[in-house]
Design a protein around this ligand. Structure first.
Ligand code: MSP
Length: 484
């Protein structure tokens, strides 16, 4: 008994004094890497801004965040764009990758690494993995005959075509007949189904998980992993006349950029590229004996007048121009608030303007300026007395439910504005002792509310959040969102 007790005391002391330093929580988040066939548009900015919001959220929680994005620079589609402009592919990809980097700088994107698939380190990495796949018998040579859409950089079957054309790009598909290397995708069918069903590879929203499962259960065939007539690609190490299929080249970026941090906690992607990420990607990782990503979060399309925003449709919107006109935070607010991340939504500048005036200028901006103005008039402090964030909003952000988080925060904005109006706070005479006490209390509660809103808002609207906190600290007003 006594010995037990002594041991207990000892072990307690041991753990107390020798407790290893708690390792900092890491958080690895990725976006797809974007094709450099043309300048970035709002659809690309959408994914990147959502990833940025999540990265900022985890950083604020003290996690060691690695936020990866970049550009997908090889393949027929990019080569064709360079050719159309009579520029060498390398010169062309340098230009467009630069446009992406500048756009993300303008939008205040806080990535940790911008990978380009033309980087020598990435090329060497992919070649080494191909040698491994070959050595482990996951690749075999064979004849492939089929259809290919350069716009999608994807093999198609007849059933997917509309009037013989790619349903997405409405362009003719190419007939491909070549001797290439196949990847044994079919052998991973059961393993992938099990990983997805058990949520070891979690796919969100549920609708996308089911879509992926349905597709995989219909049967996986071995797929071409190399191409013979695409020079602008990574040469196969054992046969320089072939290049790596651009999608495989691209998927490898998630490893080549930050293998030490793998597996990713969240991989964000649009619904257009679900199959690559839910089928080929896990199979590739299983073949190489690597962990599966923890979560794929699949978001919807941004449409313009109901059509997917894309270069081919000619309805692209420039995110940098929008940011210049409306400000980064207003743009972030609109993109993250207008509809849930998993759904589709239509973009129009009119809707952005409406939200700007109603929610930002008349809503949050008005609340802050009234509170600071009343405090100034009555000589009362604006400094918050309690510092808490909004738990509901934080939880929503953690689940990538940005629109839900903003809904929640704007309910607070509305209630606070209503309270000011109902009590006509600006009319309260401070000479009257009782009223002054009431005003003091009301103002304190409003400042605390604003501080709560600003704290939870930080990952979604970083500049606005900082401005609110600063104005509450100093009591000096500056309009947040001038009316347009
Ligand atoms: N290069 C591939 C991805 C390789 S990842 C290993 C690719 N590139 S892309 O430039 O076409 O960009 C695809 C991603 O951009 C989509 O998955 C989505 O995240 C985003 N979007 C592009 N157009 C979009 C909309 N119209 N709406 C929303 N997101 C869109 O596919």
């Amino acid at each position: 008994m006594r010995l037990d007790f002594a041991l207990l005391v000892f072990s307690f002391a041991f753990f107390r004094y020798n407790k290893p330093e708690m390792a900092k929580q890491t958080f690895f988040i990725t976006t797809p890497i974007y094709y450099v066939n043309d300048a970035p548009h709002l659809g690309h900015a959408y994914t990147t801004i959502a990833a940025d919001a999540l990265a900022r959220f985890w950083r604020a929680r003290g996690a060691d965040v690695f936020f990866l994005t970049g550009t997908d620079e090889h393949g027929a589609k990019v080569a064709r764009s360079a050719h159309e402009r009579s520029v060498e592919p390398q010169v062309f990809v340098d230009q467009v990758a630069g446009q992406y980097e500048r756009a993300w700088a303008t939008l205040g994107i806080t990535y940790d690494r911008f990978i380009r698939t033309t980087e020598p380190e990435h090329i060497t990495y992919v070649q080494a993995q191909f040698l491994r796949l070959k050595k482990d018998n996951y690749l075999y040579e064979g004849d492939y005959g089929g259809l290919y859409c350069v716009g999608c950089e994807e093999y198609k079957n007849e059933a997917e075509l509309v009037d013989g054309k790619c349903a997405i790009h409405q362009t003719a598909v190419e007939k491909v007949q070549e001797r290439i290397w196949f990847f044994k995708l079919s052998v991973f069918q059961k393993q992938i189904i099990s990983a997805i069903e058990k949520d070891e590879l979690k796919i969100l929203p549920l609708k996308r998980k089911n879509e992926a499962l349905q597709f995989i259960k219909a049967g996986l065939k071995d797929i071409p992993f190399t191409r013979t007539k695409v020079n602008w690609g990574i040469p196969l190490p054992w046969d320089k006349s072939q290049t790596v299929y651009v999608w495989v080249d691209a998927l490898f970026n998630y490893l080549s950029a930050h293998e030490a941090g793998w597996p990713a906690d969240v991989q964000l992607l649009g619904k257009d590229i679900l199959r690559f990420h839910a089928v080929i990607w896990p199979a590739l990782l299983l073949a190489l004996g690597k962990a599966l990503p923890k979560k794929l979060f699949v978001h919807g399309y941004f449409t313009v007048d109901g059509k997917k925003m894309s270069k081919t449709t000619g309805n692209t919107v420039d995110p940098a121009a929008l940011s210049k006109k409306w400000g980064n935070d207003a743009l972030r607010y609109f993109l993250l608030r207008e509809f849930p991340l998993g759904s589709d939504g239509d973009f129009s500048e009119e809707k952005l303007a409406q939200r700007y005036n109603a929610d930002l200028a008349n809503g949050l901006g008005n609340l802050l300026s009234r509170v600071v103005a009343i405090a100034k008039q009555t000589n009362l402090p604006t400094k918050p007395t309690i510092k808490v964030s909004c738990a509901g909003a934080d939880q929503a952000i953690e689940q990538l439910n940005f629109s839900g988080a903003l809904d929640e925060l704007w309910q607070l904005v509305t209630v606070a504005n209503q309270a000011i109006e109902k009590e006509k706070l600006w009319e309260l005479k401070t000479t009257d002792g009782e009223r002054k006490t009431h005003l003091k209390q009301a103002l304190r509660s409003l400042c605390n509310q604003l501080n709560t809103i600003a704290t939870s808002l930080a990952p979604l609207m970083p500049t606005t959040s900082a401005q609110i906190i600063e104005q509450l600290k100093t009591g000096k007003a500056a309009p947040l969102f001038p009316r347009r």
